[in-house]
Each structure stands twice: as structure tokens, then as C-alpha cells.
Ligand binder design. Structure first.
Ligand SMILES: [Zn+2]
Length: 281
């Protein structure tokens, strides 16, 4: 499902397709994707508007239009923004369509409709609860051992659960947290507060590397590895690979349920006890 890299991809594509272009017409289907607004009112508010900027905060997209119109977009589990031509056949699960001059149509597609589109004023975008409750952004803000030490100090939950808490750190979901902890050689069930400074440094670098790895694959207009929220071509090191050999040591990868989510890990590279060098052995 969409995590920071996929939402960053959506932000880049929306900038490429929409910024500086006037939306000539809007079609909005009556679905729960529209938050607190009737389809006709939604269509009227965005019609004739020109997108001026797109900002990503965690997994949220904040779209600022002219005339003080703001739109916040959350992709939920299966949401995507895609560009098609007006003459293309109807698109399955398309919920909102933004028509542009010249025949391009930008669709908001969402099979399961856990995503949401909320219309507001541009000036209120940074004040939406979905934004003000977020912790620092995992990509844009400086996430280092010192930040993690401060943040994790009183958190006794499993480190993976803490990493996925958007109020702690915004942007990571199951995939990126799983990958970051594998890269850091930290067992996902370790208590966040128990990690020492060396381990926190490894987690900070693991987050950065996991995000960079996925961001390196998102330059195409549509993501090849993801369809309707499901990973169809697995580009990840351990996510979704239980039973396969660890890419580092060839031990079969295992999967554990942590905080209700499946977590792939290497039992050898990510021991539950603190790794041996720390004990001076
Ligand atoms: Zn391993």
C-alpha cells in the first residue's frame, strides 16, 4: 500500500501533470472518498481552478490552487493518481476525474476507498488535523541517532510499531519499516527504548537507505511494482519474502506478526538480543 515513496511519486506526477494548468471540468462520483462534501459541490469548487503547488507531508498530499482553494489527498490502501486521455476507455475504480485543456484527464483511482479527498481553503491546508498530528517527515526532516534517541526514550513498544506511528515519524508503513530494520540488523520486536546509540544510528541509516532504494524506482509515470495497492513485482530486500534466503546470509527469512502486521526478518541478521559486538564478545 502507498507509503512515503509512493506518495512522493504521486506528488511529483501531480506537479508534472497539473501545476500551472487550469482544470476545465471535474467529474466526481458519489463515494466515501469525498470527505464531507457533495460531488456537485466538489466539482464546482475545483472547476476552473489552477494548481499552484503540491506539498507532501508524510503520506498526505496538500494541493494548493488559485483563489484560496486547497485539497488534501490521502491514498489510503489502494488510492492512486493516474493520467489518461479523454478518449481512453472508462477506468475501473476511477472516483474523480480532472479534465485538462488538450484532452488529458487526471483520475483519482481507488479500489477499496480507504483514501480521502478533503476540500478546504489553501490557508487551512497546514492546519488540517491530518497534518498537525504528524511527527517529522522521514525523508524531508533530519532523522538521525540523536532524534531517534529523544523520540524513543520513553517508548516501550516494539521498534517497528513505533516507526510506523505517524505521530512519531511521518511516512513509514509496513514495507519501509520492515526494510529499514533489516538494513539496520535490528529485530522488529526490540523495545524502542532499549536501543543503544549505535543501534539508533543504524536505524536512522536504515530508514534513509530503504527510502532511497524505493525512491530510485519511481521515476516512471506509473509504478511498475505496485498495482491497486498490492506489490506485484517485489523490489524489496525482505518484505514479502518469508521462506526465501536472506540476501545477506542466506538463512531462510521468517515472518512474525507485530502490532497486527506481518514482519519479515532474518533470524540470524536480526537477533532478538542485542548483537554480539556490543557485549564485547
Ligand atoms: Zn541474514
Amino acid at each position: 500500500m502507498p507509503e512515503l515513496p509512493e506518495v512522493e511519486h504521486a506528488a511529483r506526477m501531480l506537479r508534472r501533470w497539473l501545476v500551472g494548468r487550469r482544470i476545465t471540468r471535474v467529474e466526481a462520483d458519489p463515494t466515501r472518498v469525498l470527505r464531507g462534501i457533495e460531488p456537485e459541490d466538489f466539482a464546482r469548487a475545483l472547476g476552473n481552478r489552477t494548481l499552484e503547488s503540491v506539498v507532501r507531508r508524510g503520506k498526505n498530499l496538500l494541493l494548493a490552487f488559485d483563489r484560496d482553494v486547497g485539497l488534501s489527498s490521502h491514498l489510503g490502501m489502494t488510492g492512486r493518481w493516474v493520467r489518461r486521455r479523454a478518449e481512453d476507455p472508462a477506468r475501473a475504480h476511477s472516483r474523480v476525474r480532472l479534465h485538462l485543456p488538450g484532452g488529458d484527464v487526471v483520475h483519482y483511482v481507488d479500489q477499496r476507498m480507504f483514501g480521502g479527498l478533503e476540500l478546504t481553503t489553501r490557508s487551512d491546508l497546514p492546519r488540517l488535523p491530518a497534518v498537525t498530528t504528524l511527527g517529522p517527515d522521514a525523508l524531508e526532516d533530519e532523522i538521525d541517532a540523536a532524534f531517534l534517541a529523544r523520540t524513543f526514550a520513553r517508548r516501550n513498544s516494539a521498534v517497528k510499531v513505533v516507526l510506523m506511528d505517524q505521530t512519531v515519524l511521518a511516512g513509514l508503513g509496513n514495507i519501509q519499516a520492515t526494510e529499514a530494520l533489516f538494513r539496520a540488523r535490528i529485530h522488529p520486536s526490540r523495545r524502542a527504548s532499549e536501543l543503544d546509540r549505535r543501534e539508533l544510528g543504524a536505524v536512522a541509516r536504515g530508514i534513509q537507505k530503504a527510502l532511497e532504494h524505493t525512491l530510485g524506482m519511481i521515476d516512471t509515470e506509473e509504478l511498475a511494482y505496485l498495482s491497486d495497492g498490492a506489490v506485484i513485482e517485489n523490489p524489496f530486500l525482505v518484505y514479502g519474502r518469508a521462506g526465501e534466503p536472506c540476501p545477506r546470509c542466506a538463512t531462510p527469512l521468517e515472518t512474525l506478526r507485530i502490532g497486527g502486521r506481518a514482519s519479515a526478518l532474518c533470524p540470524r541478521c536480526q537477533p532478538l538480543t542485542r548483537s554480539a559486538p556490543r557485549r564485547g564478545r
